[in-house]
Design a protein around this ligand. Structure first.
Ligand code: GDP
Length: 442
């Protein structure tokens, strides 16, 4: 998960602050020095770090003492606000203008995830009731057209292509006419990339821009490339005056610097983030949610949205109710695992739960194979055992293992996972209660 190291370091700094009652100027300055190192190590742009630290220090030293917060909480609050503002404060929606079709021009270097992002965006727009079309303007990379066609067919969106012998500018122009006459309301143009920025590429992109007059020029950059991503964003922005950025591969082990620097350096917002290779792995970029994720305060809103998409709401309510009345059983656990699997990789979800550490769910693996095994084990239990796992003693375990074709260790490990999940869900339910009581603000 992106930001893991930065997040851990910042939480260490704040832990130290929490240990102190009143904060002196020196306490704050020392803490800010550590925050600075953590940000630089996360590959955040040097100037951005400097401005950020100055802003936070100034506010932390000059602030009025608020009775409702401890001094440490006040510092965390300021850091949270400044991180949010660094990333653009509010979420930036797509601006599709008034003309039909709306035109989105996708640009970026090779390998950044541009073609994938075209498919993800088309998928998203389709879900919003639009009628998008993809346009293959990358005539340079050998398999690019085919790849876009595959992506298009996966999300059930038509792909406009004129092969690789036509000039991309002419293809782009023709695609708009085609969209008009076929009731397509959004055109997403996949342009060529290069390994590095070069003039020929920029000329081509500028010419396409001239003929299609795009509503959005979205630059796709790879978060894993850190500061390079920021430099790429600056160069594209200078030449093309982009309207926003899609930051891909945030599911990877990136240190996060690009996400924190791009807006401050280019003044252009990150509009979406890519969180995996699947065409559904795209999320709007919410600076405030991302800031609280980085600070280990969790991203409960995104988690709830994901949960709502994966689990039907009535079931979720029932589960919540069961947890509160401590009736969560192994049958529920099985159902829960199946829903979790639909929500996406566990480590990503974990980062969104406040105070949740990876260790809490260590060993919970929900691959297809494991799920089948879990299913077999639970189905080999009696109804009574499923309702009340504490009665499962040694001889029962032996019987269950035999019945499900597994080992006693596997039965043990499942029971342990069940207890861990129960604990995790309890924590989540408590957090939810705190929010409702107004004890915690998101
Ligand atoms: P393009 O050359 O810019 O068109 O890049 P592609 O769309 O072909 O993507 C390059 C590689 O990155 C492919 O293997 C994609 O599956 C992968 N990729 C794209 N977006 C993401 C993402 O958000 N997360 C991860 N993990 N991989 C991604």
């Amino acid at each position: 998960m992106a930001f893991e190291s930065l997040s851990g370091k910042l939480q260490e700094v704040f832990k130290k602050l929490r240990g102190k009652g009143k904060l002196s100027e020196k306490d704050i300055k020392d803490a800010m020095r550590e925050v600075k190192v953590a940000l630089l190590e996360a590959d955040v742009n040097f100037k951005v770090v400097k401005d950020f630290i100055n802003a936070v220090t100034e506010k932390a030293l000059g602030q009025e003492v608020m009775e409702s917060l401890t001094p440490a909480q006040q510092v965390i609050k300021i850091v949270n606000e400044e991180l949010t503002s660094l990333m653009g404060s509010t979420q930036s929606w797509l601006n599709l203008g008034n003309k039909i079709p709306a035109v989105i021009m996708m640009v970026g270097l090779q390998g950044s995830g541009k073609t994938t992002a075209c498919g993800k965006l088309a998928n998203l727009l389709k879900k919003q009731g639009k009628n998008p079309m993809l346009v293959a303007c990358d005539v340079i990379r050998p398999a690019a057209i085919k790849q876009l066609q595959v992506v298009g067919s996966n999300v059930n969106v038509p792909v406009f292509t004129m092969g690789d012998k036509t000039n991309p500018v002419d293809i782009a122009k023709a695609s708009i006419d085609y969209a008009k006459s076929h009731n397509m309301d959004v055109v997403i143009i996949d342009t060529a990339g290069r390994l590095h920025i070069d003039d020929e590429l920029m000329e081509e992109l500028i010419n396409i821009k001239k003929v299609v007059n795009p509503d959005e020029i979205l630059l796709v950059v790879d978060a894993m490339t850190g500061q390079d991503a920021v430099n790429v964003a600056s160069s594209f922005n200078e030449r093309l005056d982009i309207t926003g950025v899609i930051l891909t591969k945030l599911d990877g082990d990136t240190r996060g610097g690009a996400a924190l620097s791009i807006k401050a350096v280019t003044q252009k917002p990150i509009k979406y983030i890519g969180t995996g290779e699947k065409l559904s792995d795209i999320e709007p970029f919410y600076p405030d949610r991302m800031a609280s994720r980085i600070l280990g305060m969790g991203d409960v809103l995104t988690l709830i949205e994901k949960a709502q998409a994966a689990i039907d709401e009535k079931k979720a309510l029932e589960m919540g109710q069961k947890l509160l009345t401590k009736q969560f059983t192994l049958d529920d656990f099985l159902e829960q695992l199946q829903s979790l699997k639909n929500m996406g990789p566990l480590d990503q979800l974990l980062g969104m739960i406040p105070g949740m550490s990876k260790n809490m769910l260590k060993g919970i693996d929900i691959s297809e194979k494991d799920l089948k095994r879990v299913e077999a084990i639970i189905q080999s239990m009696t109804k009574e055992e499923r309702q009340n796992p504490s009665i499962i003693n040694g001889s029962r375990k032996k019987r269950i293992a035999k019945g499900s074709g597994t080992t006693i260790q596997q039965v043990n490990s499942l029971l342990k996972q069940f207890e861990e999940t129960k604990k995790m869900m309890k924590k989540f339910a408590d957090f939810d209660k705190d929010i409702k009581k107004g004890k915690l603000k998101l």
